[in-house]
Design a protein around this ligand. Structure first.
Ligand code: SF4
Ligand SMILES: [Mg+2]
Length: 462
C-alpha cells in the first residue's frame, strides 16, 4: 500500500472523529466515504461515544481506529474482528451496561478469512453491526484477488482476469438467519441512513459497501465509481436493504431467558458462598502460595472431568483457577492429565513450576509424568498421592500410597485421590466438593472417602 499523505489533507471536523486527523487512504479510496458516512450516522443517532465500540480488522480499513478517538476502539487480527465484536457485545449485554453499540469495520479480505465468524454472529443474532468495505481485493497487501473479486477482475494474482465467481455475502448472511442485511455503494446518498438503521437495529446487522481501491483496481480494470452498480448487477448481487425484519430476539435476551433463568444455572449461582471469608482462611493456610496440582490417570477414566470438579468448586469458593489438559491425539487410549492451579490471586501464567501435589492413578499416568520430566519440579513438601500398584521413582516427605483403583474403581480413582488431597489440606469446605460430584456423577459413595481416610490414618499411626 502506498499512502501519499501529500495528495490529500482533509481536516476532519465531525463529532466522533479525532480533531485534525488526516484520512490515511490513497486519493479517491472508497474507505474515506465509508468512514465519513459512519461518522454522520453516529451523529444522527446521537450516541454517547462511550456507548460505541469500533472493532477493526487488518487491512486499510483497519486504520480507522485513530480517526475515531472519542469512542472505544479495538484493533484485532485478520478476519477475526467479528469474533472479537461478538464477545464484546455479549459481555456488555450480560455483564455490563447493555447500551454498547459494537461496530465491525472489515474489508472483503478480512470477511473472506473470517467468514465463519460473520456466519456465527448472524446465527447468534448478537447486537453487532458488520460494515464490510468491499473493494474486491486485498488492498493493504498489494492488490491480490479475494473471494469477492468479480469475474474477469484483474488483480496482482489474477493478471488474466478472475475466473472464480464472487461470493454473495448478503445471501450467506441471510441464509445464516441475519435479519438486517444491506448492500450499498459507498457514494449512495442514503448510506448514512442505512448505517444508522443497521447500528440501531437490536441484533445482528450487516452492510456490505461496494467501493473502489484506487491504487490497485481502477487503472487495471478501467473502472469509475459508476461501474459498481453494473458489477453488482452482472453478478446478480442485489443492491439496497435486502432484509429488515425482527422476528428473532437478540441473543442476550434469549440467553437471559433460557439459560440464565434456568433452574440449573440459578442453583449454580446459589452455590456460591462467602468468598471473602474463605479467602482469608486460604491465605492463612497457604499464604500467597498457588496450589499447583497435577492429576493424572488413563484415558476414559474421568481424569479431566474430575479435575474440572475440583476447579468448579474452587471457583465457586471465590478462587482463581486454571485447568490445562493433556492427552495423546488418540482420544480414548493412553494417559490423561490435568494441570490445575488454584490461587487467591489472579493467575497470569498457567505452567506448573512448583507442584503442590500430584495425584497419580495409573501406570499410563506415571510413564507420562516421567517422560515429561515433571518429577524434576518436585520439592520435599510436594504431596504425592498415588495408587498402590505404582512404584514412584522419587521420594518426598508426603507420599501416600493408597488403593485408589481398588476402593473407588478406575473411573473414580482420580476423584478419590482429589478427595484425599482435600481432606489432607482443606483449602475450602469439602461439602461443596461432594455436592458437585453428585450433580455430575450421581451419588458419591462416602465409603470411598471413609475407607481411604481410614487406610491413611492406619498408615500414619504405624
Ligand atoms: S484500499 Fe486501495 S486505495 Fe484504499 S488505501 Fe488501501 S491501497 Fe489505497
Ligand atoms: Mg479489500
Amino acid at each position: 500500500m502506498r499512502h501519499d499523505l501529500s495528495q490529500i489533507n482533509i481536516e476532519i471536523e465531525c463529532t466522533y472523529m479525532t480533531k485534525g486527523a488526516v484520512m490515511p487512504f490513497c486519493k479517491g479510496c472508497g474507505h474515506t466515504h465509508i468512514l465519513r458516512k459512519l461518522d454522520e450516522a453516529l451523529i444522527k443517532l446521537n450516541l454517547n461515544p462511550h456507548d460505541v465500540c469500533l472493532v477493526t480488522d487488518i487491512g486499510c480499513i483497519g486504520l480507522a481506529d485513530y480517526l475515531f478517538d472519542k469512542v472505544h476502539t479495538v484493533h484485532t487480527t485478520h478476519g477475526r474482528s467479528t469474533a472479537f465484536a461478538t464477545g464484546i457485545a455479549l459481555a456488555d449485554k450480560v455483564l455490563s451496561t447493555k447500551n454498547l453499540k459494537t461496530i465491525v469495520l472489515i474489508g472483503d479480505g478480512g470477511a473472506m478469512i473470517g467468514l465463519l465468524h460473520i456466519v456465527n454472529a448472524a446465527l447468534l443474532n448478537t447486537d453487532v453491526t458488520v460494515i464490510v468495505a468491499n473493494n474486491f481485493l486485498f488492498g493493504m497487501t498489494g492488490g491480490q484477488q479475494s473471494s469477492f473479486s468479480p469475474l474477469e477482475f484483474i488483480t496482482q494474482t489474477s493478471p488474466y482476469g478472475n475466473i472464480i465467481p464472487p461470493l454473495d455475502l448478503c445471501k450467506v448472511a441471510m441464509s445464516s438467519k441475519a435479519q438486517f442485511v444491506a448492500r450499498k455503494i459507498s457514494t449512495d446518498k442514503d448510506l448514512v441512513d442505512v448505517f444508522a438503521d443497521a447500528i440501531s437495529y437490536d441484533g445482528f446487522s450487516i452492510v456490505e459497501v461496494l467501493e473502489l481501491c484506487t491504487e490497485y483496481a481502477v487503472e487495471k480494470n478501467k473502472l469509475t465509481g459508476k461501474d459498481l452498480q453494473r458489477i453488482a448487477e452482472e453478478h446478480d448481487h442485489h443492491l439496497g436493504i435486502l432484509e429488515n425484519r425482527k422476528t428473532r430476539s437478540e441473543f442476550s435476551l434469549e440467553y437471559s431467558e433460557k439459560i440464565l433463568s434456568n433452574k440449573k444455572t440459578l442453583d449454580l449461582f446459589n452455590n456460591f458462598i462467602n468468598a471473602e471469608n474463605l479467602e482469608i482462611d486460604f491465605t492463612k493456610k497457604f499464604g500467597k502460595e498457588k496450589l499447583e496440582i497435577i492429576i493424572a490417570g488413563s484415558a476414559g477414566e474421568k481424569v479431566q472431568s474430575s479435575a474440572a470438579i475440583l476447579c468448579q468448586v474452587a471457583a465457586q469458593s471465590g478462587f482463581f483457577i486454571t485447568q490445562k489438559n493433556d492427552n495423546p491425539v488418540t482420544q480414548g487410549s493412553g494417559f490423561s492429565l490435568s494441570e490445575v492451579i488454584i490461587s487467591s490471586e489472579e493467575i497470569f501464567y498457567t505452567g506448573v513450576d512448583n507442584p503442590f501435589a500430584f495425584i497419580i492413578v495409573s501406570s499410563d499416568a506415571l510413564n507420562e509424568i516421567i517422560s515429561q520430566r515433571l518429577f524434576e519440579k518436585v520439592n520435599k513438601n510436594t504431596i504425592i498421592i498415588y495408587d498402590e500398584s505404582l512404584e514412584i521413582p522419587i521420594k518426598t516427605e508426603k507420599m501416600y500410597s493408597l488403593p485408589l483403583r481398588r476402593v473407588c474403581s478406575p473411573n473414580k480413582a482420580a476423584l478419590g485421590g482429589i478427595d484425599v488431597l482435600l481432606n489432607l489440606t482443606e483449602p475450602f469446605p469439602l461439602q461443596l466438593f461432594y455436592s458437585e460430584i453428585e450433580k455430575r456423577f450421581g451419588k458419591y459413595d462416602a465409603l470411598y472417602k471413609d475407607n481411604l481416610i481410614k487406610i491413611l490414618t492406619e498408615k500414619s499411626t504405624k
